[in-house]
Structure formats: C-alpha cells, structure tokens
Design a protein around this ligand. Structure first.
Ligand code: NAI
Length: 702
C-alpha cells in the first residue's frame, strides 16, 4: 500500500507512503481516497490527518506517470482534492520536510494545515515547463497573497515553512509545530481541537472561499509580465503562470480553475515542456549504467590526489575541497604548485568578494589542500586524477609512478580529452582501476563530467566514480573510448561545418548570431576564441596525418598562422579589449576569409540562418547517431545531457537528439540529403548514419 490508514482514538491518520517523496501516483491517490471514505464511514472518527511517511509530506505528482493514462486516471488529483474538501469531517494536513507541487495543492485542499519548521514549500511545475494544474495557481494566492504566490509559482523556488508562517496575515499554515519531531502529536491535538469547534456547527473552512484580490491588479500584473518576459526568454510557462494567477483575482474560483486547466493543457503540449521533462528524466537516467546494477559495491573515497596544478588540475581540486574531501596536489616543480594554488585562492577570493562564499568556509576548504613534489605522498589516496600535459609520453611516466606508489584498490583517473584511456590503463598493472574522468573547463564551474569507461575498467570503479560525481555535484555521463569521447567527437563535426560555412560565404558573426538566436550560449567562433583556436589547430594537424581523406576548411589554420589564438591573446576570429569578453568583428579577418574563398575559386552565396542552424545542429545529430550505434553512448538521452551541461546547447530544445525528434527524423534526413548535394560540403559525412536511417524506416525516434 502506498498510503496507510490508522485510527488514533477519534482521529484517523492517513499516511502517504510512496518512497522516495510520496509522489501522488494513481495507487497513492486511490489509497488516499479509500482512507477518506473509511474515515467518513466510521462514527468514532471526528477528524482526519493527512501526513507523509519518511522524508516528505509529498513531493507532488508522480512524474513517471506524465503522458501516461495513469496521470489522468480517476481519482485524479482534482478528484482527490474534491474528496478532501467535501469531507464532512475536518481534514488537517500535517506537513513536514518537503511539500511541493501536487503535494502542496493537496494540502491547500485540506481544511487546515499544520507545518513543521524546516519544510521546503514550493510549486516547482514551471521548471518542467508547465504550471500547477490542480488548483495551485488559484489557491496559493488566497493564502499567501497574490505577489508572494506569483513569485513562488513563476520561480518554482522553495520557501521554508517557518518563513511563510512568520508573514503576518498568511493563511497557508494555521499552526507551526515546535519541531518536526513534535508534529505528529501536535497534529493529533490540533485535529481534536478543530473537531471540537466543528461540533459547534458552521461550515468547514475552504481555501477556495477566501477572497483573492490585488489592490492595483492591472498595474501589478503588467509589471509582473514585464519582469517575467525578460527572464523567461524561450520558455512560455512563466508568462502563463502570470495569466493563471491573474485569473484567480478576476473572477469566480471555478472560472479561475478552468483557466488554469486550459493553460496547463496548452503547456503540456509545448516543445519546451517536452524538452524540460525529457531533460529531467535524462539527467536522472544518466547515472544509471545498464550492466552496473544499483547495488554494485563501491570503494571508499576519503582522500583525493590531483596530478598537475594547471588550468584543469586546480579546478578539479576545488570540486573536492568544496565537497569537504582532502586533496593532495602533485607537480614537478614548486613554482607550478604555487602558481596553481594561487589561482585557486584567487577563484575562492572572488567568490568571497561576491558574497557567495563565507570567509571561514574558504579557509576550511583551503585547509583541506596539501601539495607535494613527491609521489610517496600519494600512497594513501583513494582516488587520483591526472591532469598533466596532453601527451601520451607524459601520461605514461605519471601512470607508471602511480602504479608503483598507490595503494591497492585506489582508482587512477585521467582527465585526458583526446587520448586512449585503454592505452593509459595499460601503463599500469591494474587496468581495472583506471578510468577517464573528463572534466570541462572551468572545471570548478562546468556541471558535466564524462566518465570514460575503458575496456577493463571494473564495475565497482564505475559505480564509485558515478557516486563521486554526485558528491561533487556534477552530472556524469558514461562514454566509451573513442577519439573525443561523446562531446568533443561531435563538436568536431560542428566545427567543420562552421569552417565550410565561412568558405561558402558567411562571416563568423553571421554564423555565431544565427546559432545564438537558435539558443546556443555561444556560436562556434566565439567558442573557439574562448577555448583557444590553437587547440583545434593541433587536433586538425593530427587529423591531416591520421585521416588524410577528411575534408576541412583551411580558414581556421590561416587564422592560427597569424597567431590569432583567441581571447587569451586578445585576438582571434574577433578582437577583444583587455578585461572584457565582447567579441568585436575584425575587418582583416573578414578580408582573409574572402581572399581564401577567392583563392579556392568560390563565389560567395547568401546563406540563410536556417541553413546555418541546420548544418551545425544536424552535424551533431548525425555524429551522435554513429556514437550511439557504436555503443560509445549507452542511450540517446545521455548525449542530450552532454550537450546541455557541457556545450551550451539550448535547454528549451532539450538537446540535439530531442530536437531532432521534435523536428522529425524525416525532415532531418531530408536536410542531410540536401546538404550532401552541396559540392562544397562533405557528401560522405552527410550520409545519414545507419541508426538514423533505421529509426526513420521503422517510424521510430531517438
Ligand atoms: P595545463 O598546461 O594548464 O596544466 C598541466 C599541468 O601539468 C602543468 O601545471 C604542468 O606543470 C603539470 N605537469 C606536466 N607534467 C607533469 C608531470 N609529469 N607530473 C606532474 N605535473 C605535471 O593543462 P590543462 O589545460 O590543465 O590540461 C591538463 C589535461 O586536461 C590535459 O590532458 C588536457 O587534455 C585535459 N583537459 C583540458 C581541458 C581544457 O580546457 N584545458 C578540458 C578537458 C581536459
């Protein structure tokens, strides 16, 4: 049973019990209604308490039911709330820990609410691109006021119960319990008290009957819309939330409820909401590895070592210090250590200055850091992450030394971005303990972590590093071994298209603007300038030897020959003013592109933004299909997670493969076939990957 019924004398207690957060799935809704009926039928019962077992009152709708028949199956949440409101005996919600979404809507349907302090209260539906659909937008303004309710509904953020309880005039909580521990007893006493009052006659209080007005309604909602419009670019839900709350102030409760319903259904069918719901599941699914069951034993990680205190090493170390794990950092020279630690300090101090980090926290974190030049100091490390130069010879030296000093069972990880993790593993006598942990720059900021699973990486190593990733608040995605892993292998194709577009007639800013309008945080040329154009140059030089048949635009090489490596030297595809990140178009670069184009005998053509976006995005899609087919990625959603959290792919599009599904695989393939006919593009690349062709033939999606 996912809800229990128990009589405590004259009070019936219905306890939601559907771990982890008492989601209001169909079974739970049924059990709740059954409990209410049982209480009505029992003459000995005078009042009812609804509460939650374990770690929540209720986290809301069971989102695994979204889009399934179960979500709407009776009793749906509306019917449950109606049953609560219509109870002839007073119903008290006893709220603790988490009261969100449908859980809060249920509580708002109860006649009374008593809350424990420390409870997170929220209507977070907007984060899934929808709005509260079971009366939340109509009832919350009636108890906390229009402005506070609008803020909660539009932001989706949670507020602590004691804060709400302290607001004069609020009617959300009739009582704040002294503590979570005393809540059950206090709820019973409260229920008995209201039963006593009710016995004297008079109707039970209903939130729906409370007035809902804003003194300057029209002006207020206009201001609210102006604010929300700016913040909610690309997402329709926040503005619809304003509409719904406004409806609460304008007419009868039933009309407001109908308006909420209409807006809810509209939002459910938007691509943006599908994208957000897709990502919600995708992010959670990413940590699951098909052949590594959840109960796989894990290794204990208490101490971390980082090799190399450069750009990546420092950022990687900060993640662990932030999570309270001691880190020892090893370098070849004392100066390198000092420089690295100096940069870490500067990063932390900037956070302290901005008020994002307390001084004492900063000191606590730095106190967890030690440095060394001696491998012997790594002997008690449980996890070692190597971030030295990207050179197989250097990696070999490091891993041989690690193999010699590290304790048995220590996990030896490499942050390599391009090298073969199997080869690195083979430098040791313990390849089962070796894994790739590919962080993204800046490593203390970027959420993505590609976990590169070598042929011999042990399952318990995989299980452990996925858990470690959670601990340091990264979103980890598993990748097999291949050149560039998931993210960089795809971005290479995207970069290649960027080059062809220049050769055919675009300027860097035209390409960047088009894809930025699509929603990318940064176009390929601004991104190149940020990352350093020399990195791509080095990769291409390698490709010219390894894959002589592969077609590349040479424009980027010409740029690099002029030393235009990007922001770090103040010039790249664009110019930069010291201390600023604005990309300023440069006439000489455009001249260089035009001259190169002329030398190739190409007459420039006007290329539409639509073509630019499709070539860039579908190049990602086609490469992703190869990656999936080869088993480098376990599932399509993993690839979307990589692109959302590591490459600035627009969130409202849900990732490249979700976008391809939305665009329609038929249309995607048709576009690829069109691009293949362009003699200046790479016809071979644009052959739809076999997996993509198969999905299309079978009428399936990624
Ligand atoms: P970096 O050049 O900033 O730092 C490398 C550091 O390693 C230097 O401080 C150097 O003194 C030290 N080092 C070199 N040989 C060593 C040895 N034998 N023992 C101990 N320390 C040694 O390089 P960066 O950018 O931090 O890259 C490090 C690794 O991370 C590379 O494998 C790179 O491919 C990878 N990576 C880099 C990213 C980036 O955006 N920079 C992103 C993801 C991965």
């Amino acid at each position: 049973m996912t809800a229990h019924y128990q009589a405590h004398g004259d009070v019936a207690v219905i306890t939601l019990d559907n771990p982890p957060v008492n989601g209001l799935g169909l079974a739970t809704r049924r059990a709740l209604v059954a409990g209410l009926q049982q209480a009505q039928a029992d003459d000995a019962i005078r009042s009812i308490v609804i509460t939650g077992a374990g770690k929540a009152f209720s986290g809301g709708a069971d989102i695994t039911e979204f889009g399934t028949d179960k979500a709407l199956a009776e009793p749906n949440l509306h019917s449950v709330i109606a049953a609560v409101e219509n109870s002839s005996k007073p119903v008290v919600a006893a709220i603790h820990s988490v009261c969100m979404g449908g859980g809060l809507e249920l509580a708002l349907g109860c006649h009374y609410r008593i809350a424990a302090p420390g409870c997170s209260v929220a209507l977070p539906e907007v984060k899934l691109g929808i709005l509260p659909g079971a009366g939340g937008t109509q009832r919350l303004p009636r108890v906390v006021g229009v402005e506070a309710a609008l803020n909660m509904i539009v932001s989706g953020e949670s507020v602590k119960s004691e804060l709400i309880a302290g607001v004069p005039g609020q009617k959300l909580f009739d009582k704040l319990a002294a503590s979570p521990e005393s809540l059950p007893e206090e709820a019973l006493a409260f229920a008995r008290g209201v039963a006593e009052d009710h016995a004297k006659g008079g109707p039970l209080p209903l939130v729906r009957n409370l007035p809902c007005k804003h003194p300057q309604g029209d002006a207020y909602f206009q201001f609210a819309r102006n604010m929300v419009k700016g913040m909610a670019k690309n997402f329709p839900a926040p503005l619809k939330c304003v509409d719904a709350v406004e409806a609460a102030t304008k007419g009868k409760f039933a009309d407001g409820l109908a308006k909420e319903r209409e807006l809810f259904i509209h939002l459910m069918w938007t691509a943006e909401s599908r994208a957000l719901r897709h990502l919600f599941f995708a992010e959670r699914a990413a940590s699951k590895i098909p052949d590594v069951p959840a109960d796989t034993p894990q290794r204990d990680i208490r101490k971390v070592a980082v090799i190399g205190a450069g750009t990546m090493g420092g950022g990687i170390a900060m993640n662990f210090l932030n999570a309270g794990l001691p880190v020892v950092m090893l370098e070849t020279k004392q100066e390198a250590l000092e420089r690295g630690v100096g940069i870490m300090r500067k990063n932390y101090e900037a956070q302290v200055k901005k008020g994002k980090l307390k001084q004492d926290k900063y000191e606590q974190r730095m106190a967890l850091l030690s440095t060394t030049l001696d491998y012997a100091d790594l002997k008690d490390a449980d996890l070692v992450i190597e971030a030295v130069f990207e050179d197989l010879g250097v990696k070999e030296t490091v891993f041989k030394q690690l193999d010699a000093v590290c304790k048995p069972g220590a996990i030896l990880a490499s942050n390599t971005s391009t090298l073969d993790v199997n080869k690195i593993a083979a430098f040791t006598a313990r390849p089962q303990d070796v894994v790739g942990l590919h962080f993204f720059s800046p490593a203390n900021v970027m959420k993505l972590l590609e976990v590169v699973r070598g042929d011999k990486t042990a399952k318990d190593v995989m299980a452990t590093v996925m858990q470690v990733a959670k601990k340091i608040r990264k979103v980890a995605v598993v990748s097999g071994v291949c050149d560039g892993f998931i993210g960089n292998r795809m971005i290479e194709q995207y970069g290649r298209q960027g080059g062809f577009l220049l050769d055919e007639g675009c300027t860097p800013q035209q390409v960047d603007k088009a894809i930025e309008r699509f929603g990318f945080a940064m176009g390929p040329f601004r991104m190149g300038d940020l990352a350093g154009n020399d990195i791509g140059w080095a990769i291409r030089k390698r490709r010219y030897v390894e894959k002589p048949g592969m077609k590349y635009s040479k424009t980027a090489d010409l740029l690099c020959e002029q030393g235009r490596f990007g922001q770090k030297v103040g010039k790249g595809w664009y110019d930069y003013v010291p201390g600023k990140r604005d990309a300023i178009p440069n006439a000489e670069v455009e001249q260089m592109i035009a001259e190169h184009r002329a030398a190739l005998g190409i007459t420039p053509r006007k290329i539409s933004d639509e073509e630019i976006v499709q070539r860039l995005v579908f190049s990602l899609v086609n490469e992703a299909a190869h990656i999936l087919q080869e088993g480098i990625a376990n599932k399509a959603s993993d690839i979307d997670v990589v692109y959302i959290f590591g490459y600035g792919f627009p969130v409202h599009r849900g990732g490249p493969l979700q976008y391809a599904n939305e665009f329609g695989l038929f249309n995607v393939v048709a576009a690829m076939q069109r691009f293949a006919r362009n003699p200046l593009d790479d016809a071979q690349f644009w052959q739809p990957a076999p997996l993509l062709a198969r999905l299309l033939a079978e009428g399936k999606q990624f």
